[in-house]
Design a protein around this ligand. Structure first.
Ligand code: NI
Length: 178
């Protein structure tokens, strides 16, 4: 296990554009992905991006069967996505609550594209192509934003819909890390 410390909002690395991965199926890349999974599971997150653990590369992971942090969200398949490209399908956007391991204890209401296509590679360089909607689409948009140096508070459309998780959603289990 290598649970890494998660960088918090304000750290310069979280504002940086991450570099593309050029070599696949390397020990370093597999180690990074293992660290991301260990850290995501230890913190109860539904996704995490490499810059959040201090590695400025275009690598994100996400997915869960059931999340205590998002008890009403439909499951998202466990995915390793490298060098992602997002293409919104249509112009429809929907508002939803998001949290972030780099913005612990808070939630904000963010508008995201409802439906999109994403592509990229897995750890072995195999091509990934998917069309998704709803929470899956939201999670991908949130994680890919990390690779662009953007955190969800920069996407808020209404600052009155931003607050502490335990005040907004007292019914959810107390969070320790996000
Ligand atoms: Ni995040």
């Amino acid at each position: 296990m290598a649970i890494k410390p998660v960088l918090k909002m304000g750290h310069p690395l979280l504002r940086q554009q991450a570099a593309a991965v050029t070599e696949f199926n390397t020990d370093e890349l597999h180690q990074l992905i293992a660290d991301l999974f260990d850290t995501m599971r230890a913190t109860g997150g539904v996704g995490i991006a490499a810059p959040q653990i201090g590695v400025s590369l275009q690598v994100v992971i996400f997915g869960f069967e059931r999340s205590d942090r998002y008890p009403h969200a439909e499951p998202v398949p466990e995915t390793v996505l490298i060098n992602p490209i997002l293409t919104p399908l249509g112009t429809e956007r929907e508002a939803g609550w998001e949290g972030c391991l780099s913005v612990p204890g808070l939630r904000g209401n963010v508008e995201r594209y409802r439906q999109l296509h994403y592509s990229g590679q897995d750890a072995y360089g195999q091509q990934i192509d998917r069309q998704v909607s709803g929470f899956h689409a939201r999670v991908v948009q949130h994680e890919v934003d990390h690779l662009l140096g953007i955190l969800y508070p920069q996407r808020l459309h209404d600052l009155s819909l931003f607050g502490f998780n335990d005040s907004l959603f007292p019914e959810l289990p107390a969070e320790t890390a996000g």
